[in-house]
Design a protein around this ligand. Structure first.
Ligand code: ZN
Length: 194
């Protein structure tokens, strides 16, 4: 998720775990941010099955890319890997970022609307309704269980990144009129992808 904030309200609910997928294992240093409309961004990712040195290097690379692109979160599909894993930090700093493996979100009932951007959708911003609070569970880089209550901006980041693992982008969560208003920018991104 790219940096920003705001607020308002509405409603939604949680997502769960996925089926395993045989993922490619490219050199972590070669990973770059993948832009829409790459199909990896709109597919459901599979569970991480083991935490090994390759995965830890991928996580480090994701944190670096997040910081260098001034993002506050990055999900594995955004570097072309269909794995249920994301990194997030409130301040776009790699050394403050946490990684969550096979995350599951439980959403609170109160909702907020705020503007979001996405590192895979450069130039695109729009209002997205999210739960105000969530409980984020999953595994840390050592395989230990994590369970974090999050509110407001961090809760929004976690929901945005978790959406990536389900192949859901912010343009799918915007109102139809907002999507129409973004038509030209989206067509430009498509053209850029060739
Ligand atoms: Zn994003």
């Amino acid at each position: 998720m790219s940096r920003d904030k705001a607020s308002k309200r509405h409603k939604r609910r949680a997502t769960a775990a996925a089926s395993p997928v045989a993922a490619p294992r490219p050199d972590p240093e070669s990973l770059e941010i993948v832009l829409w409309p790459d199909p990896v961004l709109t597919r459901r990712a599979g569970d991480v099955e083991k935490i090994d040195s390759w995965l830890l290097q991928v996580i480090e690379r994701m944190k670096q890319l997040m910081e260098s692109h001034e993002g506050v979160g990055l999900a594995a599909p955004q570097v072309g890997l269909p794995l249920r894993l994301f990194v997030m930090a409130e301040k776009a700093k790699a050394d403050q970022a946490i990684a969550v493996i096979n995350p599951v979100l439980e959403l609170g009932s109160e909702t907020l609307e705020a503007e979001e951007g996405c590192l895979s959708l450069p130039g695109i911003r729009g209002q997205v309704i999210r739960a105000k609070s969530v409980t984020l569970t999953g595994y840390d880089v050592k395989g230990g269980p994590v369970s974090m209550p999050l509110e407001d901006f961090p809760a929004r980041i976690a929901q945005h990144e978790n959406d990536h693992l389900d192949g859901v982008l912010i343009i799918a969560r915007m109102s139809p009129s907002a999507r129409i208003a973004l038509g030209k920018k989206l067509r430009d991104l498509e053209a850029r992808a060739g």
